[in-house]
Ligand binder design. Sequence first.
Ligand SMILES: O=P(O)(O)OC[C@H]1O[C@@H](O)[C@H](O)[C@@H](O)[C@@H]1O
Length: 330
Amino acid sequence: MSADKVAPPPPSPTPPPPSRPRPRPVEFCKGVNGLDKVVLRESRGSSAEVYLYGGQVTSWKNDHGEELLFVSSKSIFKPPKAIRGGIPICFPQFSNHGSLEQHGFARNRVWSIDNDPAPLPTNSTSKACVDLIFKPSDDDLKIWPHSFEFRLRVALGPGGDLMLTSRIRNTDAKPFTFTFAYHTYFSVSDISEVRVEGLETLDYLDNLQNKERFTEQGDAITFESEVDKVYLSTPTKIAILDHEKKRTFVIRKDGLPDAVVWNPWDKKAKAMADFGDDEYKHMLCVEPASIEKTITLKPGEEWRGRQELSAVPSSYCSGQLDPRKVLQGC
Ligand SMILES: O=P(O)(O)OC[C@H]1O[C@@H](O)[C@H](O)[C@@H](O)[C@@H]1O
């Protein structure tokens, strides 16, 4: 019996290389001291973290994993103290402009995830996005007798931009008035090498001189001592140039006419328990805000305030606040 020739089996197709697992765009986990936090990840590598405590962004990293926000190494991460750094939300009162506690109470309350957010017109298709909501408790209503719904959307854009949109709705039967700020702490290499553009020649209230009104003189703003100023009627774009890092932060804002600039410098830094003695050298707060013009909402009305942050390499030309020039170089 002649054995039939059997053709060898065809070579099995080479399996495709194992694909790298895609990062989950939104992850709910625990942060410092077991506090709930949300991590946002964009497919090109940038990320952000948001604590439900305060509805506070505490990290924003570019696609090289470099941290762009400042959070103090002494920050306590324990109620009732607000987290020192990132982006605290000052509401319903900025600073001591009123009878409430400093910067209001939204920054030291636990917010919730908003699973059914009202739609928001947005040009971003980002999946790395979370919606939070804060409604006053009975105890809050004793401190500030106005019911409201505060919705905060935090989103990372495809290029790593960080976008915060706040919507505050009056759910009460009577009007209320508030002030507001995104108390954004930027991480900088060396404060004495940093320059802010977009605020020159504007009027400001100086918190170090009884909120007196002055006019900024000269060119871009630089830093050599404590500063605590509320710039008024500011443009929608402000830039922070960090020469040493060769990085420029561009802040775009909407609904927020004012901008606070704050650095505590050495003496105040030493006086703050939750701030390292030398950390003032590596941070600068530029805070889109509505302070001088208070916001009044009638029953059923909603206010919206937005800040969008980008970090771009400093091929940035001084004085050119055109975002296309900022992004494409000059
Ligand atoms: O220590 P706090 O309450 O977080 O405030 C920090 C600073 O926040 C700034 O926004 C204020 O202009 C400063 O006056 C204040 O010192």
